[in-house]
Design a protein around this ligand. Sequence first.
Ligand code: 13P
Ligand code: SF4
Length: 311
Amino acid sequence: WAVFEPEIEAIQALKREHDAVILAHNYMTPEVFHGVADIVGDSLALAREAQHVTAGTIVLAGVHFMAETAKLLNPAKRVLLPDLRSGCSLAESITPDDIAELRRQHPGVPVVTYVNTSAAVKAASDICCTSGNAVEIIESLGVDRVIMIPDQYLARNIAARTGVEVITHPGACEVHERFTPADIDDIRSGNPGVTVIAHPECPPNVVAASDFSGSTAQMIDFVGQVSRAGVPDAGGRRKVALITECSMSDNVAGEHPDVDFVRPCNLCPHMKRNTLTAIRRSLELGQHEITLDPTLEAPARRAIERMLAVK
Ligand code: 13P
Ligand code: SF4
């Protein structure tokens, strides 16, 4: 940790100097998550928290769609993304034209759009959702069928928990699509009694082989439940496997010294661009400022605000 101290101190001073707060996703490395973040959370929490920021500048230690969402929800603030290359395979997988085509094929069916998308795609949608509220959002619409884009796996995993039929788009998270049921079998056979917790961007057969599935914040909460009430092994230890991005286990492990983390992990290269150095430079140089296309702003904000009004 000592190796990070000078940069952490420099960032804390820059935050004061520039009236800035750092909102950080749960996939940040521990030195960002524990060292410099003011607010941490899943996509839903970061969106909610962005609305209430009173400081002049938000540094979004996450990916582009999260920074865009923060700007949509608190447009008077300067929102900085440390590295503009922090994209997302889901956001890349779909355009407004794809939505127009889906609407042509399925007239009258509402479009529920995962927040992991561009403002342009949100603007073409009826309502947004995150992995933390997708069930409630879909059920709030009171319909039999929805178009749920762009993550085919999230859509199918959520459909399995509702009575609503989903029409999907072939998008996937490049991190979670790589997990397989064989990975879960290996984890279980090597770690008897392990609790397997998977993100719903994983393929449905991976989620089906797991004990719990939820957003990154819900996964962290579930680790807390295992820590409090899980059945310990003969040595008094509880074991958890988080089927998601690598940093999650690192960030949660410190809070649960009684839990052993089996660490299957796939790195998200986009999230990992938020190094301490990138964050420091972002504050020093005021880069990279998020701007919105004025024609998209109102409809994109409406889709997010409709979501936040439900859950
Ligand atoms: P949540 O934190 O909302 O579960 O999202 C995970 C993710 O992949 C964000 O990019
Ligand atoms: Fe996108 Fe997947 Fe990375 Fe999240 S983990 S930002 S969904 S590529």
